[in-house]
Design a protein around this ligand. Structure first.
Ligand code: NAP
Length: 292
């Protein structure tokens, strides 16, 4: 898809993550059917959920529904909220050794009483389709092959789908979490953008946002980025998702200035799941020795 020309005072083109994700899921479904046909292997994603946090339950349900659309089996492993780190590590270690499981998703956050890092590291790197292990993170940092953290991976795919070349652009990432802000900045850097990270201790955030040719908002605060701070013609990626379907960017005002902008919902969210499914297929092909 071609980006609209950059002009001031026009309404931005929407980056339709749902449509781009649908195409990725369709391609994944075709690859899945081919794997069943050629090797008799049905790709399988294990989803592990600790407790019954309503948002996490919904996310896991969405991911499992989408698996079904992509011809991927999902094996759900619900664990009680009282699960200890040791028990969770044991479950993840077992799934890592199970030859019928190709990808493992530990829905997070897992609760404050669990050592989340220890749990993530129990996932075998070759099954880390959500890109949460230190090995996956290091591969991302070195721009080596490996599983991407899904939301950052989805954001990069969306930029590509709209022919946004980060080379030489000033990219500003607001947020520095290990699963989102940090890796998306690393990916933009690997694609030759000049990257600035902002976080809760950043001074004069608004003036940094104003310089962004590509802005990634990953804060988790409704409409935190003011539309008036968007540089005319900027590409605005709103990864935030807050109650009431509200993103981290003041959408209407930002859309008046940006050239391209993601809606919430229907922007980054569907891309995240599409990348998870695609990476599950990559893992299944590799583990069954059929990848090109
Ligand atoms: P997180 O771990 O809570 O990180 C939030 C980041 O925002 C932190 O780096 C924090 O800075 C920064 N921040 C908080 N207040 C700030 C302020 N006043 N000024 C500047 N920076 C501030 O959140 P996350 O997991 O990265 O998620 C961020 C958002 O993305 C949430 O809305 C989440 O729901 C959404 N999300 C969406 C998807 C998807 O698939 N669409 C996936 C994951 C997350 P410090 O590091 O200094 O504390």
């Amino acid at each position: 898809m071609t980006a609209q020309p950059t002009t001031e005072n026009r309404t931005a083109q929407l980056m339709d993550g749902s449509a781009v994700a649908r195409r990725i899921v369709e391609r994944t479904a075709a690859r899945s059917a081919a794997l069943v046909e050629s090797a008799g292997v049905t790709p399988c994603l294990a989803t592990v959920l600790v407790g019954e946090d309503p948002a996490s339950v919904t996310y896991v349900k969405m991911k499992r529904n989408r698996c079904a659309k992509a011809g991927i089996l999902s094996r759900h492993v619900p664990l009680p909220a009282t699960t200890t780190t040791e028990e969770l590590v044991a479950t993840l270690t077992e799934l890592s050794a199970d030859p019928t499981v190709h990808g493992i998703l530990l829905q997070h956050p897992v609760g404050p009483h669990i050592d989340e890092r220890a749990a993530f590291e129990a996932i075998a790197p070759e099954k880390d389709v959500d890109g949460v292990t230190m090995r996956s993170f290091a591969a991302m940092g070195f721009a080596l092959p490996g599983f991407a953290s899904c939301t950052p991976g989805g954001i990069m795919r969306l930029l590509d789908a709209y022919d946004v070349d980060p080379t030489g652009k000033r990219a500003v990432v607001v947020g520095r979490s290990a699963i989102l802000g940090k890796p998306v900045g690393m990916m933009l850097l690997a694609r030759d953008a000049t990257v600035t990270y902002c976080h809760s201790r950043t001074r004069e955030l608004s003036s940094l946002v104003r310089e962004a040719d590509i802005l990634v908002a990953a804060v988790g605060r409704p409409e935190f980025i003011r539309g008036a701070d968007i540089k005319p013609g900027a590409v605005v990626i709103d990864a935030g998702y807050n109650e009431g379907n509200v993103g981290d960017v003041e959408f209407a005002a930002a859309a008046e200035r940006a050239s391209l902008i993601t809606p919430v919902p229907g922007g980054v969210g569907p891309m995240t799941i599409a990348v998870l499914l695609e990476q599950t297929l990559d893992a299944a092909e590799r583990l069954s020795g059929t990848s090109a």
